[in-house]
Write a protein of this length. Sequence first.
Length: 448
Amino acid sequence: MVETTLCYIEHEGCYLMLYRNKKNKDFNKGKWIGVGGHVEQGETITECLLREVQEETGLTLTEYTKRGVIDFYSDTWENEVMHLYTATAFRGELACDCNEGTLKWIPMDEILDLKLWEGDVIFLKKLLANEQDIRLKLRYEGDKLVEVRDIGSMDIKKKIADIAEKLNTNYKQQDIFEMGIGEHLPKRAEIIEILNEIRRVIFPGYFGAENISYVSLESFAGNRIAVIYEKLFKQIKIALSYKNERADDEAVKDEAEKIAFAFLDRLPHIQSLIYKDVEAELSGDPAANSREEIIFSYPGIFAIFVYRIAHELYLLNVPFIPRIMTEHAHGKTGIDINPGATIGEYFFIDHGTGIVIGETTIIGNNVKLYQGVTLGALSTREGQALSGVTRHPTIEDNVVIYANTTVLGGETVVGKNSVVAGNSFITESIPPNTKVSVHIPELKMKFI
C-alpha cells in the first residue's frame, strides 16, 4: 500500500481546500480535498506533510497535529494508507497558483456542501466534531463507497474494556492473584542482586568495583555480608509472609532472621565447594587457561555457583527464592539445575547448554557432565502426587556422562567410575566400573 498525507489547514474559522481541476488524468478531478500527496522514498511522514503543504500552498506549517489514519481499498486504484492532519499555524503567503487545482478558504460550516468523496465526508465530520485518533477503513468500487469500518478511538476503548473484562474473569477463577493489603511476592530483581552480592564475596575483586590491593579482605567481606543480610532477610520475610498468610508478623520476622543467619553461616562452606568446582573445571578441560578465565567466563561454573547458593536456601525451606535463582541461571546459561538436587564435590560441567538436573537427583563427587545431558524422571503424569518421591537418578562418584545422554528414573543408579557414551538412553541401573556405549549408526556414502 502506498502512503500519503492529507492536511486541512485552519484559519479564521475556515479550512484551506483544494479544488482539483487542472490535471486531466487525476482521479480526484472535480473533487474538493485537503492538501497532501505521496510519501517519497526515504522520506518520513512528517517530512512529506511539510513538503507537500509548502509545494502546493507556499505555506510553512508551524503547528500541526496528526488526527488519524485512513486506509483506502479500491478495485481501480492502488490501495492507500493516508495520514490525516490538521494545522493551526503557519508562516508565509498563500500561493496564487497551484498546479494541482484552485486553493480556497472555505468556512467550516460550508465544507460538507462541497463536492467531496463519500469517504472524505465521513472523516471530515469527525474532524469538525474535534474527534481525535480517527481510524477508518474505506473500500471503494470505482467511485462508489461500498464499505466503511470505523475502528477509531471509541471502538478501541471498547475492545480494550472487553478484553480487560475477560481477563478479570480469568483472574477471579484463579486463587493466585488475590493478595491482601501488605502482601507481596519476592522481587526477582532483588534476588538477582543478592546473587551478585554473594558472587562478589565468593570471588572478591572479580565482579565488583573494589580493588583488593587496597582493602582488607576481611573488612570487605564483613561489609558485603551486612548488605547481603539486609537484602536477603527482607526477601525471605516477604516469601514467608506470602506463603504463610495467617502467621504472626513477629513470628515471620524471627523465622526470616533465623534463616538468613543460618544461610550466611554456611557461606564459607559454600565458598569452599565452589572453589573445588573451579578446580574440577581446570583439571578437566584442556581448553581452560586459568582459574581466572573459568571464574570470569565459564557458564558451567556460574550455573553451579547459583545452584549451590539456591540449594542451601532450599534446605532451609525458603519458598520461591531458590527456584527464582536457578531459573535466572537457566536463562543465562541454558543449564537447568533444580535447587533440590544433591550434588557432591568437584562437580564439572563442560559446555553445559541443555543440561537438565531434576529435583531429586543425587550426584556424587568428581562427576563430569557434558552438554545436553538430562537427569530426569521417567513419568510425571501423577503430578503433585509425586512430590517428595525420588523421581530422578543417582549418579555415583567419578562418573562421566557424555553429550546428549538421557538418564531417567528414581531407581536408576549409574555406578561409580562408570563412563556413559553420548546419545545413550538409560532407564535401568549401570553397575560400577562400566563403560556404556551405543552402536554407531551406519553411514552410507555415495558419489554425486
